[in-house]
Design a protein around this ligand. Structure first.
Ligand code: NDP
Ligand code: 8X3
Length: 253
């Protein structure tokens, strides 16, 4: 039977790469994000390239009503959701705590924590009714170790780590797998967003690192999903070879 994956934040970076990987594997792929044009272009690309069935859902994970409406619509289109990837997220700014922009803080907390919760609250009951499913939460090395000026972003990812553990416990009776993938530095649009469109600063973040690529995370998501039914990755941390932790990297010219 054809399986279905729902990926939040699939207009770029990890989400787009995961959508591509699972489309290639024959999944029905439900992709979400705020940028409708990008979703439409990715749908067209995946349908053409892999003959995949792609459903697009345009909504903001911060908006509880939009989330509920989108998932209600989705339920009319698919019989089941086998995998949910809670990926939509961002960092906004990189400032010391006494100088931080409280709007940045709201944005990160509302997206990375509350958005993840709103989507999970809609999908977990479906998985419970199916008595199966897999929730993959995209955390970060920032969920494991705080770094200078990372304060609120790190706090949101620590929250994702806690929620990942909590979901694993709460959903244990229902045959639902819960996994976290915690990537280190990866060159996506992440730093462009963090530095509010400053492309040079974003590029410099990864200079000399040979950072992770979005496709690396997609491969890992596929690995987690393709394991036998009795095996569940609870928590997986991955960095590029030049990064040992949030605090230690080696740059090579
Ligand atoms: P990108 O900026 O490339 O992708 C982020 C995705 O999240 C986009 O598709 C964006 O879609 C979506 N998104 C952001 N805000 C919202 C919102 N309010 N509602 C709906 N969708 C939203 O970054 P990455 O791929 O790198 O990031 C994906 C996840 O990985 C994030 O959770 C990030 O924290 C995490 N991460 C990133 C790392 C990195 O170094 N790149 C390392 C570790 C973790 P749109 O703008 O269209 O809404
Ligand atoms: C993204 C990785 O180190 O830039 O979560 O915060 S880091």
């Amino acid at each position: 039977m054809k399986k279905t994956i729902l990926i939040t934040g699939a207009t770029s970076g990890f989400g787009k790469a995961i959508a591509t990987r699972f489309a290639k594997e024959g999944y029905t792929v439900c992709i979400t994000g705020r940028r409708a044009e990008r979703l439409a272009a990715i749908k067209e690309e995946l349908e053409k390239e892999y003959g995949a069935t792609v459903i697009t859902l345009t909504f903001d994970v911060r908006n509880k009503e939009q989330v509920a409406e989108a998932i209600t619509k989705l339920k009319q289109q698919v019989d089941r959701i086998d995998i949910l990837v809670n990926n939509a997220g961002l960092a906004s700014g990189l400032s010391s705590i006494e100088e931080g922009d409280t709007d940045d803080w709201d944005l990160m907390i509302d997206t990375n924590v509350k958005g993840l919760l709103y989507v999970t609250r809609q999908i977990a009951p479906l998985m419970k009714a199916q008595a199966s499913g897999h929730i993959i939460n995209i955390g970060s090395t920032a969920a494991k170790q705080v770094y200078k000026n990372g304060n609120v972003y790190c706090a949101t990812k620590f929250a994702v780590d806690a929620l990942n553990q909590a979901m694993r416990i709460d959903l244990l009776p229902y045959g639902i797998k819960v996994s976290s993938i915690n990537p280190g530095m990866a060159e996506t649009e992440f730093s462009l967003v963090r530095f509010k469109g400053d492309a040079e600063r974003a590029k410099n973040t990864y200079a000399g690192l040979n950072p992770l690529r979005a496709e690396d995370i997609a491969d890992i998501a596929w690995f987690c999903a393709a394991l036998p039914p009795h095996v569940c990755i609870n928590d997986l941390t991955v960095t590029c070879l030049t990064q040992a932790s949030s605090l230690y990297t080696i740059k090579k010219p």
